[in-house]
Design a protein around this ligand. Structure first.
Ligand code: AMP
Length: 944
């Protein structure tokens, strides 16, 4: 063939980049049976590399690359094999076109699927789905073609039948998007699942009646609430009724495939319905809540459509424990909480592949694409520290986000689910008015998740019958949509009519189903047949309930045991070659254990972890650079310099010790913090720690602090022992890396909701961590952790200091001052203590005592009172802080200081002036400020 013809063929051929997937598809067909592709393609594939004479399935990237190369080199690279072209027999060309048609449906069939129950979606014409695009026509309908990998159970089919089959499979009530997945096994698996039944399996009578029952319940519940509590906000499910049979089917299938627990997260829409019709919440309890009654067990409480719930659910595979996570109004933030909770439960069940505990998250269409935390959770989904073996994600797609109905206002993507493609999750769009299709994709999604341990998305395309809530007037902003909705029959009616037409059920039986459900609600008892009293959950919280801060606990560890543990955590295999700096640090640690050096911060922290593991408790530690510590002080994970392998000495203390996992987290705050909150609220036996690189980064997780950590116990009665390490301290590093915004945490303090600590010595951090693990209380612990103190020569402790087991909330003056001479007491927290101490020593001031407050909340009034009694004669008291006056502890804690100092004494402020920015950017200004605040605190000016 003439070279220019060849060139034209190559340029226009399927080998040009955009048809790579098509070539791949042909190649797969060839692998299955070389005779199923045309001779010309066979000749090309025959040229590919072989192993011992056998064509092996090569990695598809390399196949694409090799074709790209061939295309780039031009025809001569093909070593003589004739290209498929107009010169081939027309049958061959048509066969190729048929395979191309199959491929087009697999890729783009979803764009012609019947997904919108209201029929309002304007679908673009997709030319690839038309016969003419492939040079085929109805005239070819009787010609029999090979189907390649099309998995309908036959090798060949007349084109007419194939065309019908493709339309059923890919353009019915299900729109499948999975061709973006690069892994061939996954793609084939999905193709087989869909194509073998043309996306429409047969349901037996029982299964159909079950679905109908679910729809009757979903609709019945909303109608009942609407009549009984007209106008009250309930965020009705109506329009998305299929969710109820869908979830029940999903839980049943999960149970049958071996799951023992299912954790669900969802926002408000449909929540009351799910609570009553899936989790089995007693309707009478819900009605009481509507009527404003409450039993007062949950402190401040929360609105009913945020409530969580726990129950057991009977399935053919045994009882499954269900936990619906409590949720604030902040959409999507519950997803990482659910994942964290699932990870904790999987760990408790020693389940490494995720099969025992299944996460289900339910999203809104505007929220899943609008809220960044969703992306964060997708990013976490396959990482070592955060994977849960895949999440089944369901979108309740109302086609309206609050009042934003125009897609161009809500997103920049075709589907709200496009974000899932970042992890190559398959996405199944499904028309919610076809509950059998919903049921089918639900099972498909779960089976995919269980098989591949990856996330999967079901986009339940529905509508919202009553606007954002029941007080809303949606036609004001969506006139056309609501005109349509008003006339649109409910899903229950549509499906019941179908079943009546199929002779499955009589009309009167449907009516009886409806009235029986209503009567059950009147009766007020649980309406979920599968509901079982809760026994299947696996953790007992009772040891942690009802304690006060002064609950007894023994935090001490003998000096001998500390030394033994110290030896263990400084040991590692000889073959594990350390970096010279780490080697020195570890040699220093050995000297500390021998008593030749004082213990520094990093060693004290590691010793705390060792003692907790030795006690048998587990530790989970994630954060930003946590393995080594942002400031290079921790080094709990040792990196072998020869092969980059890692060794964690804390994992090798003794047989039967607690387990520790330490992960440098993905670069996120909100999702990671929420994940750890979820973990800690599900697992009281593990010391769970999250660490920020710099404390101020925690404000990327503000919603987690506000909506969960500080208020979760008050709102929902859920305890949480999460420890948060936030590096804080004014070292002249500028506005962003100085302050962990202590004032914010202090402002949120009330009702004994959490602890805010500022430990200033290695012994203090050691005993603080131990207290958090050993004391039978589970309260969040917010720590202003140090930076320069990690290496400060004065910030050291002895083994004896550690072994006391006591964390001191207040530390009195340590130098031997003559009490009578003391005329000023300076109170402070954190690193500034050492600045004050050094300055005072340098200036040889013997009239100023320095008292450290190591726990700012709950405020240690008793301990400080004891100190104040000692200095009862002192009337000049100062609070010194590094932070600007409007920040730090001054405004939030001064009432505590004033209440505690001797009567008649004055309290002065020594610190930076109020400032909009947390710190200055210029080191010289920083130094001047720091010097001035220390002097102000120490030097008593004449006449004052
Ligand atoms: P779950 O496994 O989350 O469904 O919880 C089962 C039961 O354990 C709940 O009904 C609570 O009684 C209790 N529980 C679970 N988590 C907590 C928590 N964080 N604090 C206190 N009690 C909890």
């Amino acid at each position: 063939m003439h070279n220019s013809v060849m060139k034209a063929w190559w340029d226009s051929s399927h080998m040009a980049g955009s048809n790579a997937a098509y070539v791949e598809e042909l190649y797969e067909t060839y692998l299955e049976n070389p005779l199923n592709v045309s001779d010309s393609w066979k000749a090309i594939f025959d040229e590919l590399p072989k192993v011992e004479g056998v064509t092996v399935e090569a990695n598809h990237t390399s196949i694409r690359d090799s074709f790209r190369k061939m295309a780039a080199l031009g025809p001569s690279a093909r070593m003589g094999a004739p290209p498929p072209s107009a010169g081939d027999s027309s049958g061959d060309v048509k066969q190729v076109k048929v395979l191309q048609l199959i491929n087009a449906y697999r890729f783009r069939g979803h764009q012609h699927a019947n997904l919108d129950p209201l029929g309002l979606w304007k679908q673009e014409r997709v030319r690839d789905l038309e016969l003419s695009f492939h040079n085929l026509s109805e005239a070819d309908f009787d010609v029999i073609y090979s189907l390649g990998s099309y998995a309908v159970g036959k090798e060949k089919m007349p084109l007419g039948e194939l065309f019908k089959s493709l339309n059923h499979t890919y353009c019915g009530s299900i729109g499948s998007e999975y061709m973006h997945i690069t892994d061939t096994e996954q793609k084939r698996w999905i193709q087989h699942y869909l194509e073998s039944v043309e996306a429409k399996p047969t349901f037996d009578r029982n299964a159909k009646l079950k679905i109908l029952k679910g729809l009757v319940a979903a609709d019945g519940m909303e109608k009942y609430l609407g009549n009984k509590f007209t106008g009250a906000k309930r965020f009705s499910l109506e329009g998305g009724d299929a969710l109820v049979p869908m979830l029940k089917g999903l839980i049943c299938a999960a149970g049958e495939s071996g799951a023992k627990e299912v954790v669900l997260g969802m926002a408000h829409r449909g929540r009351l319905n799910v609570l009553v019709n899936v989790l089995g919440k007693n309707p009478s309890v819900l009605f009481d809540e509507f009527a404003g009654k409450h039993d007062g067990t949950l402190g401040a409480g929360d609105v009913k459509y945020h409530a969580g719930f726990s129950s057991d659910f009977a399935t053919d595979g045994g009882n499954v424990h269900l936990a619906l996570a409590f949720n604030p109004s902040h959409l999507e933030i519950v997803n990482p909480v659910v994942m964290g909770s699932v990870r904790a439960r999987q760990a408790r069940r020693n389940c490494v592949n995720g099969s025992a505990v299944v996460p289900i998250t339910i999203h809104g269409d505007a929220a899943i694409v609008g809220q960044g935390v969703v992306q964060e959770t997708f990013n976490m989904s396959q990482t070592r520290g955060f994977s849960v073996g895949g999440t089944v994600r369901i979108v309740i797609n109302n086609q309206v986000g609050f009042t934003t109905s125009k897609i161009e206002d809500a997103r920049s993507t075709q589907y709200c689910t496009d974000i899932a493609k970042m992890v190559q999750a398959p996405i199944f769009h499904v028309n919610a008015d076809d509950p059998e299709a919903v049921s089918f994709v639900t099972k498909l999604a779960l089976d995919y998740r269980n098989t591949f341990k990856r996330d999967v998305v079901i986009d339940l395309v529905c509508y919202r019958r009553h606007g954002h809530n029941e007080a809303d007037e949606p036609s004001a902003t969506q006139p056309l949509m609501y005109k349509k909705i008003k006339k649109h029959p409910v899903a229950r009616q549509i499906y019941a009519d179908q079943l009546i037409a199929q002779g499955i059920i009589e009309k009167y039986e449907v009516e009886k189903m409806i009235s029986d459900y209503r009567a059950a609600l009147d009766h007020g008892a649980c309406v979920v047949e599968e509901w079982r009293p809760m026994t299947a959950h696996s953790v007992d919280w009772s040891p942690y309930l009802g304690h006060d801060w002064d609950v007894d606990y023994d935090g001490s560890v003998s000096k001998e045991r500390l030394v033994e543990l110290g030896q263990s955590i400084t040991s590692f295999p000889e073959s594990h070659i350390l970096h010279s700096r780490i080697n020195k640090l570890y040699n220093d640690r050995v000297s500390m254990i021998k008593g030749e050096r004082m213990i520094d911060w990093g060693m004290a922290e590691n010793l705390a972890y060792a003692t907790i593991l030795d006690y048998g408790s587990d530790i989970r530690f994630t954060g930003q650079d946590s393995g080594r510590g942002t400031f290079f002080h921790r080094h709990s994970v040792l990196h072998n310099q020869t092969d980059a392998s890692t060794y964690i000495p804390l994992q090798h203390l003794r047989a039967g010790q607690g387990e520790i996992e330490i992960y440098d987290s993905v670069l996120s705050e909100a999702a990671v913090m929420a994940f750890e909150y979820g973990f800690a609220t599900a697992e009281p036996g593990t010391l769970t720690i999250w660490e920020a690189q710099f404390g101020d980064f925690a404000n990327g997780a503000q919603v987690v602090f506000d909506q969960f950590l500080s208020s979760g116990e008050a709102k929902w009665g859920r305890l949480c022992g999460l420890t948060v390490l936030l590096p804080h301290g004014y070292e002249g590093q500028g506005p962003e890396h100085s302050s962990a915004r202590l004032e914010r945490f202090l402002q949120l303090c009330a009702d004994h909701n959490w602890q805010v600590c500022v430990p200033s010595t290695p012994a203090q951090v050691y005993n603080m961590l131990r207290r958090q693990a050993v004391r039978p209380m589970r309260k969040p612990l917010i720590v202003m952790s140090p930076k320069s103190l990690l290496r400060h020569p004065l910030a050291v402790s002895s083994i004896d200091d550690l072994s006391t087991g006591i964390f001191y909330n207040v530390i009195d003056e340590i130098d031997e001052l003559t009490l009578e001479k003391v005329s000023r007491v300076v109170m402070c927290s954190g690193k500034v203590y050492y600045d004050l101490l050094e300055q005072r020593r340098e200036n040889e001031l013997n009239n100023v005592a320095i008292v450290r407050i190591e726990q700012l909340y709950p405020f240690p009034s008793k301990e400080l009172e004891a100190v104040a009694t000692k200095y009862a004669h002192v009337s000049d008291w100062v609070w010194c802080q590094e932070e600007p006056q409007n920040q730090g502890a001054w405004y939030s804690s001064q009432h505590h200081f004033r209440n505690t100092i001797p009567q008649g004494a004055t309290l002065a402020y020594a610190g930076r002036e109020a400032s909009a920015s947390p710190a200055v950017g210029y080191i010289t200004v920083h130094n001047q400020q720091q010097k001035a605040l220390v002097e102000n605190a120490l030097i008593i000016k004449q006449g004052t």
